[in-house]
Design a protein around this ligand. Structure first.
Ligand code: LRH
Ligand code: MN
Ligand code: MN
Length: 394
């Protein structure tokens, strides 16, 4: 691909940032509050809009209900739009209430299952007000011990809830079904992997798609293979990008796993150029979202770094010499094919990205722009959250 087409693709790139990444959240051991961190959804939207002005590629923010609940979503929508961004995916919460100890939609108690399903359906109503396309579903449901519950019964309960939610979705919207291998449950998780997620999606209907969170697999899993399969099946709904070394560490995207992030974008870049029009259309609908829970990092700096790491990985993936690669693959030139792809991974795309930023009218050095920004001064001065040290000076 020549430099102009690479830049054209990069101009179309979109990364959704999560409201929960701007507030004080962390691990279950301790959350270290950060000075200037957002504490209301209005402040989170302001921060997300600011990250978009620094990058030009983060035009929406995902919401988490009830953490981001407001009286009037139309007002929040307008507030976001006035600042140049959209409200993105709606993330229901069926894991924090005490009734969910044994599960939400898979709970053995029917009244708990009904409560969870009601919340999911309420979130469909929220989507209508926020104008969101995607409902993003993650369930903490699972068991800790062999025999604790009837696995098939739980599967049927999960299916029933997913079906109800699916059928309540307005046309043009989707539900993204997120899986996770383990945690908080340690024996079995009702939606443990992409096979389970895809099986449920295929059963409930066209609006159900699989969501791939990079922190939710067994060590060594080939995530890009899952991505290519789901793309080809027309069921890749989107991503939750983050980085991890051990489990679901929720670190800044592309820090521990740059080759993995690149390999995922490589799959995307290939599908974008496929001769099959349906595949190209499906790929254009994939939601690229960040899901991180920063604890010691400066919130805005961490989010900015994550967005830019996605941009860099995509720029490298687009730089693969696809014609040469095809030739090497067809001739069975095993290592040559690998070298062609790795050449792109090692390419220094930073000069190209500096040019691109200039052309897009965003700061050429976004970190410097953040550090010198009025927004940073304002949040450090005006917001209640106080620091425990580290991050930007006050
Ligand atoms: C838990 C989790 C998951 C969800 C988010 C809301 O693992 O991080 O990734 O998407 O909480
Ligand atoms: Mn996630
Ligand atoms: Mn997670």
């Amino acid at each position: 691909m020549n430099e102009d087409s690479i830049k054209n693709h990069l101009r179309q790139q979109k990364i959704e940032t999560p409201s929960w990444g701007y507030g004080n959240s962390g691990t279950r051991f301790k959350t270290f509050p950060a000075k200037g961190a957002a504490s209301t959804v209005w402040e989170k939207v302001e921060d997300a809009a600011f990250i978009h002005t620094l990058t030009g590629i983060a035009p929406s923010v995902a919401l988490h209900i009830p953490w981001d609940r407001v009286e009037d979503y139309a007002e929040l929508k307008k507030y976001a739009e006035d600042r140049g961004i959209q409200l993105g995916a709606i993330n229901p919460n069926v894991f924090q209430d005490r009734e969910y100890k044994l599960g939400s939609v898979t709970n053995p108690d029917q009244s708990v299952r009904e409560k969870a399903t009601r919340h999911l359906l309420d979130c469909v109503e929220v989507m209508k007000e926020t104008g969101s396309r995607d409902l993003s579903l993650w369930f903490a449901d699972g068991t800790n011990y062999l025999g604790q519950d009837d696995l098939r019964k739980r599967k049927r309960h999960l299916r029933e809830a997913l079906q109800k939610v699916h059928d309540a979705l307005p046309d043009g919207t989707r539900m993204l079904v997120e899986y996770k291998l383990f945690e908080p449950a340690f024996y079995h998780t009702d939606l443990a992997d992409w096979g389970l997620a895809l099986t449920h999606c295929l059963a409930v209907g066209e609006k159900a798609q699989v969501l791939v969170d990079l922190g939710h697999h067994a060590q060594g899993t080939n995530i890009e293979h899952i991505v290519s399969t789901l793309l080809d099946e027309g069921r890749l709904g989107g991503f939750h990008f983050n980085a991890r070394r051990y489990a679901d560490d929720d670190l800044v995207v592309g820090t521990t796993n740059p080759l993995e992030l690149f390999a995922i974008y490589f799959e995307i870049a290939q599908a974008q150029q496929d001769e099959n029009e349906q595949l190209r259309k499906h790929t254009s609908e994939v939601a690229f979202m960040i899901d991180q829970s920063h604890n010691i990092e400066h919130k805005l700096e961490a989010m900015l770094q994550s967005v830019l790491n996605c941009q860099e990985a995509y720029a490298k993936a687009l730089s693969v010499d696809f014609d040469l690669l095809k030739e090497a693959q067809e001739k069975g030139e095993v290592l040559k094919a690998n070298r062609i792809v790795m050449d792109a991974f090692y390419k220094d795309v930073r000069p190209l990205l500096r040019d691109l930023r200039e052309e897009m009218g965003v700061p050429v050095d976004p970190f410097q722009a953040l550090e010198e920004s009025d927004h940073l001064k304002k949040v450090l001065r005006d917001r209640q959250s106080t620091d425990t040290g580290g991050g930007f000076p006050s």
